[in-house]
Design a protein around this ligand. Structure first.
Ligand code: SN0
Length: 320
């Protein structure tokens, strides 16, 4: 593995899931030699709780050092080639990425979409520019259009709770007061398409995701129908892709409730967090034994460890 920005960087995602599970079982402190004398730089253009702490924790468990930089509060970066930099942007990505590459063996970047210009967001230009100008491997800590570390941890969690039969996994849109990125949903679909599951996407009309992510996925506008017999229900809000970045429906009827979970096959509830209680999901679901959200967040550490280990070792014979 030379970089980790999407499932396409991993030739055998199921093997990476197994690697994360093996690392989870490893005795504490037994893996510190793997990343000894190696350093990761974690750059945050946006807020983060789980990604920031779990990636740092993963680095520590592998014996690496982690440096964090709140890039959103640092020098404003110029990404345009040939720009005349006489306005607010103080530093060009060409210098910034080259300089950070001298300090770190791996660079992680979190960057949300602006949700104004779809073409610009979907070009994922901030992540792409770092990839282009960095001289070390780059990890996405959630980009404008994907959140691969989250999806890997989600798959690890599903694997741990997998029933004897092929599970039905439902990704359901849920209401939210703010316009949110499509990244978590896009990524979840992209990874689940590579897993041995029956995948169903449920959302109100107008919340269709980009075709590149939904191709081959069964889609319904009927949430109850989707929940019937589901083994896993993953709730997530996203803003419209068509009417880009807009909230076109606030229908509280899409909130996940105990009544809806009763339609499932004793289904497990999943969410990437942070979650708006009693907007996205009712307290009674989140506080039930069937909620996996805390374990999902725990698995972020092992997902990140598997990825960092893969990058440090240059991956072993399964390059895409
Ligand atoms: C982010 C998102 O992509 O939806 C991060 C999820 C890992 N979520 C939010 O920004 C939630 C913000 C809020 O106000 O609830």
């Amino acid at each position: 593995m030379k970089q980790f920005t999407s499932v396409h960087d991993v030739s055998d995602p199921a093997a990476l899931v197994q690697e994360a599970l093996a690392l989870k079982r490893a005795p504490r402190g037994s893996l510190r030699h793997i990343g000894q004398n190696r350093t990761i730089a974690l750059l945050f253009f946006n807020p983060s709780l789980r990604t920031r702490l779990s990636t740092q924790k993963a680095a520590i468990e592998l014996g690496m050092s982690a440096m964090e930089y709140n890039a959103g509060q640092g020098w404003q970066l110029e990404f345009e080639d040939g720009a005349v930099m006489n306005l607010d942007k103080a530093e060009h990505i060409r210098e910034a990425a080259a300089v950070i590459s001298q300090y770190a063996d791996i660079i992680g970047i979190r960057t949300f979409p602006g949700l104004q210009d779809r073409e610009q967001d979907y070009s994922d230009y901030i992540l792409k520019q770092f990839q282009q100008h960095a001289r070390v491997p780059v990890i996405s800590l959630e980009s404008a259009i994907r959140h691969p570390l989250q999806s890997l941890a989600d798959w690890v969690t599903i694997e741990e709770h997998r029933p004897a039969h092929r599970p039905k996994v439902v990704l359901s849109w849920a209401p939210h007061p703010r316009a949110l990125p499509q990244a978590v949903a896009n990524s979840f679909l992209e990874w689940m398409k590579r897993a041995d599951v029956d995948l169903v996407l449920a959302h109100p009309p107008g919340y269709e995701l980009a075709e590149a992510f939904t191709r081959g996925v069964s889609v319904t506008h009927n949430q109850n129908e989707a929940f019937e017999g589901a083994d896993f229900v993953y709730a997530k809000n996203w803003s419209s892709y068509q009417d880009y970045g807009r909230i076109t429906c606030q229908d509280a009827g899409w909130m996940v409730t105990p009544e809806k979970m009763a339609l499932t096959n004793n289904g497990q509830f999943m969410h990437c967090l942070p979650v708006r209680r009693n907007v996205v999901v009712a307290d009674a679901v989140l506080d039930s034994p069937n909620a996996l959200v805390i374990e999902q967040a725990n698995n972020r550490t092992y997902a990140a460890m598997a990825v960092l280990k893969g990058l440090l070792e240059g991956w072993t014979g399964t390059e895409p």
